[in-house]
Design a protein around this ligand. Structure first.
Ligand SMILES: C[S@@+](CC[C@H](N)C(=O)[O-])C[C@H]1O[C@@H](n2cnc3c(N)ncnc32)[C@H](O)[C@@H]1O
Length: 333
């Protein structure tokens, strides 16, 4: 998927030099491990994705293969193996609010790996803002995190394993059939602390030294109708990986972030995004420039914390995936 060495000669069209800053390029940390294997009768589907934090190995039952996540040396499930093991009919097809976008949540995407590696596996070269968040996740005062569009819950569970207090959210179908079974799969039976009050009503389980709750949060509906007061206040971090690939998802997600900024004015939003537009501006797919202008239109500040190349099956070119830090400026309140 990615050369170990930096290659800026590679793919594509107009480079955004602001984002493609050499000093933010981030290869995979050597100690990080991940891969996928086939499992008959898994809780969610037939693929098990595994990944590591410095102290834990986590597993996620998925309905599909990961996309652009694994490199050639890492174990993968082939399309043929998966086809044999998986029912052809999507059992959630008729669920209310379950769309094509929801279907993508049953597998793991490239942006999730970049967020996980960048925040949990420090490298010497990391820029100060990234180091800030790596340290914040390690502090004794737990980091209060809400994840949007969690899918199978990889990021939420990984931050919890590191000591974070995390509320993983997604469409109801995903919460019930993907996040919840994976919370159960990874839970630790001997918690070292009581469940935090703000997560008490969210099917919360202990994972590693932290806690992971889950609840439905649809970006097309008002936040205050879906999250309780205690769930939406005092957040430190809002996280979303690979959630705005369709233009229709971008505004809805940013509206949700705007509401969360309103209730938690000190929160910061960390978002990963994989470039998908190749030769021309696409009306359907979100472009990198589309994100920059949507964020700036809202008066928010944006910085790139890390980026790397990924190669997705079927794509001719490697594409960049970015980890962006988005903050509400004092002036944009
Ligand atoms: C491409 S998947 C990314 C999943 C996961 N974050 C990852 O990186 O592996 C997009 C996610 O956004 C969620 N999603 C799409 N539309 C949504 C909406 N209106 N409200 C909440 N979540 C939504 C999907 O259910 C899915 O889990």
């Amino acid at each position: 998927m990615e050369n170990a060495s930096r290659n800026l000669e590679s793919p594509s069209e107009p480079k955004n030099s602001f984002l493609l800053d050499d000093t933010k390029y981030r290869p995979s940390p050597q100690a990080f491990q991940c891969g996928e294997i086939l499992e008959e009768a898994g809780e969610v589907g037939s693929v098990v994705f595994f990944s590591t934090t410095p102290n834990h190995r986590l597993e996620f039952s998925c309905r599909g293969r990961s996309v652009g996540v694994l490199n050639d040396q890492e174990p993968v499930v082939s399309n043929e193996e998966l086809e044999e093991a998986t029912a052809a009919v999507d059992p959630f097809f008729f669920d209310k609010g379950y769309t094509l976008a929801g279907r993508t949540g049953f597998q793991i995407w490239a942006g999730a790996r970049l967020v996980l590696e960048s925040l949990i596996w420090p490298l010497d070269q990391d820029p100060p803002r990234l180091v800030h968040w790596q340290r914040r996740l390690q502090e004794t005062a737990p980091c209060r995190i809400i994840e949007l569009g969690s899918g199978v819950g990889l990021l939420g569970a990984s931050f919890a394993a590191q000591g974070g207090e995390v509320l993983a959210t997604d469409l109801p179908t995903l919460v019930e059939n993907a996040i919840y079974p994976n919370q159960q799969r990874n839970k630790n039976n001997a918690p070292s602390s009581p469940c935090p009050e703000w997560l008490a009503a969210s099917s919360t389980v202990p994972i590693g030294s932290g806690w992971l709750g889950s609840t439905a949060l649809d970006w097309t509906k008002p936040v205050q109708e879906q999250l309780s007061e205690i769930q939406r206040h005092n957040l430190d971090l809002i996280v979303a990986s690979d959630c705005v690939w369709l233009v229709s998802m971008l505004d809805a997600l940013l509206d949700t972030v705007a509401s969360l900024f309103h209730f938690s004015p000190n929160a910061t939003f960390l978002m990963s995004f994989q470039r998908r537009d190749v030769r021309k501006e696409s009306a359907l797919f979100t472009t990198v420039d589309g994100i920059l202008s949507a964020v700036r239109c809202r008066g928010w500040a944006l910085d790139c914390l890390s980026w790397k190349y990924v190669k997705v099956d079927g794509d001719e070119e490697k594409k960049e995936v970015f980890l962006l830090e988005i903050r509400r400026d004092e002036s944009s309140s």
